[in-house]
Design a protein around this ligand. Structure first.
Ligand code: CIR
Length: 262
């Protein structure tokens, strides 16, 4: 891609040696293959890079099993990186390296302060609107703090009550045109615009990569079929080992779109 223009930077964090011990909330524990996980991470990285993103790796955090799910540590909006305070106490040590990576990109940095909690997986940005899931990981204080931090950037925060979903983006994500797809039964649907029901659980998570490109879990077969027939350019990526830990395609990266002055 060098010599061409990038959409921006995709921050990612390599899985560590304790990945298989990641937190489980809704799923029973099944065996995670670390070698397959490493391959899947590499292929995910290549898929994102192929869509025009320059991959920058956050320093590894080998002592944190869930650190590969880097989205939960940072929320980036324009030139501001909000360093989160994850709802799971054992994940709080993940944010330091993520903050250093944000600074290395020249982003301004603010932090969610205690006692508030916020996970990046609960933050869905659609244009000027920022939907924030409030539930098991993000609390009302965390949502309030994010609202204050993003208000100067013209963003409007809308709170969404979560049902049986780990994060808002475990239940609902946005397609390239800004319309929502997901599992309406997992959220307070009245808090959101119309949600197109995903034909299967992994199809609730899509990662728009610019233009018509969208990365989707290879397990979402019917979703891939539907979106392809709607002329989206679908990149299916197998992330089975991360799905066993309740991760999805959005949580393996933080996209930082280029700004003219960076
Ligand atoms: C956790 O429970 O925190 C991890 N096992 C999974 C986090 C997935 N993150 C995300 O969907 N944003």
């Amino acid at each position: 891609m060098d010599g061409y223009s990038y959409h921006g930077v995709a921050l990612m964090r390599r899985p560590g040696p304790h990945l298989a011990e990641g937190i489980l909330t809704h799923l029973p524990r099944t065996v995670v293959d670390p070698v397959l996980a490493a391959r899947q991470y590499t292929i995910y990285q290549e898929a994102v890079a192929s869509a025009g993103w320059r991959v920058v790796e956050v320093e590894p955090a080998p002592e944190h099993p869930d650190s590969v799910f880097v989205e939960d540590s940072l929320v980036v909006c324009e030139d501001l990186a909000v360093v989160t305070r994850p709802g799971a106490p054992e994940r709080r040590g993940e944010t330091e390296g993520a903050e250093r990576a944000a600074r290395s990109l020249g982003l301004r940095v603010s932090r969610v302060e205690k006692p508030g909690t916020l996970d990046g997986g609960d933050v869905l940005q659609v244009g000027e609107t920022v939907y924030v899931g409030v539930g098991g990981r993000t609390d009302a204080d965390g949502a309030d703090q994010l609202e204050q931090l993003l208000a100067p950037l013209g963003r409007k925060v809308r709170r969404v009550a979560l049902g049986r979903a780990l994060h808002l983006k475990s239940a609902v994500t946005a397609l390239p045109d800004g319309s929502l797809i997901g599992l309406p039964e997992l959220v307070e649907a009245a808090d959101l615009p119309a949600i197109r029901p995903a034909p299967e659980e992994p199809g609730a998570h899509v990662l728009p990569l610019g233009g018509r490109e969208v990365l989707v879990s290879a397990a979402a077969r019917e979703t891939i079929h539907q979106l392809t027939s709607e002329r989206l350019r679908v990149l299916p990526v197998d992330i089975s080992e991360f799905e066993k830990l309740e991760g999805c395609v959005t949580c393996l990266s933080v996209l930082v779109p280029d700004r003219p002055h960076r």
